[in-house]
Design a protein around this ligand. Structure first.
Ligand code: ZN
Ligand code: FE
Length: 252
């Protein structure tokens, strides 16, 4: 059994602690900072065995070195980014598996936000950690990739089961929702999600994890090949539709 604890840090990041109840193995996913993670570990009585990184940005790796020093944890991230993941011990690539005790994740290469970006998918736990590739009602900015790459990456994530819980790395959902309704104004699934998100954020509650099945229906970046989005934007090629949505979001 995989227990997942969400730790809010910085202005809008989430670090996740993953704890395998069978073996006690525990991982910190994308630790922006170390202090808050060490506090939760202590409160739970867990020993950190791994640090996992979806990509190299500082707000996902800033705690790597300090956590490694404090706990001896093994740092796991993309082999392709070995030169820029602080303290990397084990490089993984597309198709590899990662074992957190008795819980297994599949590594999915999802370039676009960065070249080496990966996602961790724990199929048995129905949990996806997409880093900055997929947000609820949004997706990451294209810092190092093309619209084609990102659209491919998002389609790969979209193929996972509807019941998958998506543990995004940022609480961006409300701002994403406000943008989403400008490009997909008549989508009832989006309107439902927006209402839910507004209600949650009124009391500063997290909007995550998101349910992938709901994202498939409501997230405009996962709908670039829908007839409705194509008609609304007056474009037919899904890559062009995706690129146009991303461009508008960049200036929203
Ligand atoms: Zn990032
Ligand atoms: Fe980030």
């Amino acid at each position: 059994m995989l227990t997942i604890e969400q730790i809010p840090v910085l202005s809008d990041n989430y670090v996740h602690l993953l704890h395998d109840t069978t073996t006690g193995a525990t991982a910190a996913m994308d630790p922006a900072v170390a202090e808050a993670v060490l506090e939760v570990l202590k409160a739970r009585g867990w020993t950190l065995t791994h640090v996992l990184n979806t990509h190299h940005h500082w707000d996902h790796t800033g705690g790597n070195e300090a956590l490694k020093r404090a706990t001896g944890a093994i740092v796991v991230g993309a082999a392709a980014d070995a030169d820029r993941l602080p303290g990397l011990d084990v490089g993984v690539r597309e198709g590899d598996t990662f074992a957190l005790g008795a819980c297994t994740a599949r590594i999915l290469a999802v370039p676009g936000h960065t070249r080496g970006h990966i996602a961790f998918w724990f199929a048995d736990a129905a949990a996806l950690f997409p880093g900055d590739t997929l947000f609820s009602l949004g997706c990451g900015r294209l810092f190092e990739g093309t619209p084609e790459q990102m659209w491919d990456s998002l389609q790969r994530l979209r193929r996972l089961p509807d019941s998958t819980k998506v543990y995004c790395a940022h609480e961006y959902t409300l701002a994403n929702a406000k943008f989403a309704r400008t490009v997909d104004p008549d989508n009832p699934a989006l309107q439902r999600r927006l209402a839910e998100v507004e209600r949650l954020r009124q009391t500063r509650r997290p909007t995550l994890p998101a349910l992938l099945g709901e994202e498939k229906a409501a997230n405009p970046f996962l709908r670039a090949d829908s007839q409705i989005m194509q008609n609304t934007l007056g474009l037919t090629d899904p890559v062009q539709v995706f690129a146009e949505i991303r461009r508008r979001k960049d200036f929203f």
